[in-house]
Design a protein around this ligand. Structure first.
Ligand code: GN1
Ligand code: MG
Length: 369
């Protein structure tokens, strides 16, 4: 098997015992690799970078190396005062001396240290978990907030620029396959109307950025709940993983993404739309956890756009799933035919729930600043 022959090409001691596919990522392939020496067991994370999504994997690795080196130094400098051991994956070098291995087909593979004795969950049901999700994101944003964005490459141009996703959507629905899918299902037609009704709103963050109200900073890019590692012994968040999308952006993309994924107890993959909602108790807990870390680096204008960011990123992900369904599932991995349509239905239902709760959510934000 290809992955096995790659797994032995990184700087980790021991003989390969096994390799297990793990994770529920929609983009990369991920494995846990187990090796043994006479006296120890070594484990690490092996990933093949999805090159349909990340066209320049070497730039992804360069960003990751720079940011993790910076973040590890900040974690070490603050360790004595911290209420927990904060962790972050380390890039494990290849035996060749590079930060990745390229296979015979040109595929890029990387090795990352494993965050041991932790668990990641794909749903949140208790406020303590939401609070930890907020805290972990705020901590990560804070320790990279002084990293110079000019040193980071744009590994995914257009990522989270919602008006661009709308423009892509407009191109996709001109294609014959997409039109057939739209006409074949009343549910798809309903989602199309949902998108049409929110065209102007799609510009809210980009317009604020263009007016100079919001500025770009280093962001995580993908702080969904499955990327938040919870310590098995203390229940506290200890690390955020999946650093592919660390690049310059608006911190609002991160906040919105964390809320949409951590405050919907039904999760992203449910089939039961009745269960989908923005839970304001979870939201309140997440905001409190986030602000413990983020209060110091948020400006007043930043604060004014936090509600909008939740509504927008939820809408945007629904639009991305829907466009991919109409395009024939080219971007997000799927395990059944209408999965991307269903994922879009969930995000749009969540977006409606967010719209209904606008007043309550703005009050929660205001009360906690
Ligand atoms: C993708 O690969 P994964 O599952 O971490 C996507 C995110 C979406 C997420 C939704 C690079 O993340 O933007 O929010 O699916 N990542 C990329 O589950 O597009
Ligand atoms: Mg990701």
């Amino acid at each position: 098997m290809l992955a096995e022959s790659i797994a032995t090409q990184f700087d980790v001691p021991g003989r390969l015992v096994t390799l297990q596919p793990i994770g529920s990522g929609n983009v990369n392939d991920t494995y846990r690799v187990i090796l043994r020496t006479t006296f120890s067991e070594e484990q690490y994370i092996l990933q093949r970078i999805n090159q349909k999504v990340f066209k320049n994997p070497a730039a992804v690795m360069s960003n990751m190396k720079l940011v993790t080196d910076h973040a590890h130094a900040r974690i070490a400098a603050e360790a004595d005062k911290a209420d927990r051991i904060w962790q972050l994956p380390r890039v494990i070098g290849a035996l060749s001396g590079e930060d990745f291995v390229v296979d015979d087909e040109g595929g890029y593979w990387r090795a990352l240290s494993l965050i041991a004795s932790t668990t990641n969950y794909d749903k949140v049901s208790i406020p303590e978990h939401a609070s930890e999700a907020g805290r972990v994101l705020g901590h990560f944003q804070r320790i990279i907030s002084d990293f110079p964005i000019d040193a980071l490459e744009d590994t995914l141009p257009g990522f989270h620029i919602t008006p661009n996703y709308l423009a892509q959507y407009d191109e996709i629905i001109k294609e014959q396959g997409a039109r057939q899918r739209l006409e074949a299902s009343s549910e798809a037609a309903r989602l199309h109307q949902f998108v049409e009704a929110r065209r102007d709103f799609a510009r809210v963050l980009e317009d604020a950025r263009l007016r100079g109200e919001l500025t770009e900073r280093p962001i995580h890019g993908d702080p969904k709940i499955t990327n938040v590692m919870i310590d098995n012994f203390t229940g506290k968040g200890t690390a955020i993983v999946d650093l592919d999308t660390v690049k310059p952006g608006l911190i609002h993309y991160d906040f919105g993404d964390a809320v949409r994924s951590s405050c919907n107890p039904a999760g992203e993959e449910t089939n039961d739309l009745k269960e989908v909602k923005l839970d304001t108790d979870l939201f309140s807990a997440l905001v409190k956890g986030y602000l413990l870390e983020a209060r110091g680096f948020l400006s007043d204008t930043d604060k004014g756009y936090l509600y909008d960011s939740v509504r927008l990123i939820t809408f945007e992900l629904g639009l991305r799933f829907f466009a991919d369904y109409l395009a024939g599932d080219l971007y997000f991995k799927t395990t059944y035919g209408s999965q991307n349509l269903n994922r879009a239905r969930v995000q749009f239902a969540l977006c409606e729930s967010i719209e209904t709760r606008e007043t309550a959510m703005r009050e929660i934000l205001e009360k906690n600043f």
